[in-house]
Design a protein around this ligand. Structure first.
Ligand code: SF4
Length: 93
């Protein structure tokens, strides 16, 4: 009985947490801002890669979880990476 209650509480906590979790819909790299520092690639190698001009490009937007993608964007020294949610609202920067 008690166990069941605590399980329910856990479920509630999870739901509340899930509401806060943002869903990334779009990742955009501003090529004019990118200096090829590659921090984004170090954080999320499954998502970003450098192209032949040493600019980061998104080759797989689903190549990491949303938290990692956000961390990658935050790691960019020039704020070249913009992240939008599924409704198109800018999440970062
Ligand atoms: S971290 Fe920023 S500057 Fe560095 S490669 Fe990625 S987008 Fe470009």
């Amino acid at each position: 009985m008690e166990n069941q209650q605590s399980e329910e509480k856990k479920e509630e906590a999870k739901e509340t947490k899930d509401v806060k979790v943002i869903k990334i819909g779009k990742i955009v790299v501003d090529r004019n801002l990118c200096i090829g520092a590659a921090s984004c690639i170090a954080v999320a190698p499954g998502v970003f890669e450098l192209d032949s001009e040493n600019k980061a490009v998104v080759y797989n937007p689903k190549g990491a979880d949303d938290e990692t993608i956000l961390l990658a964007a935050k790691s960019c020294p020039t704020l070249a990476i913009s992240v939008f949610d599924e409704e198109g609202n800018q999440i970062y920067p």
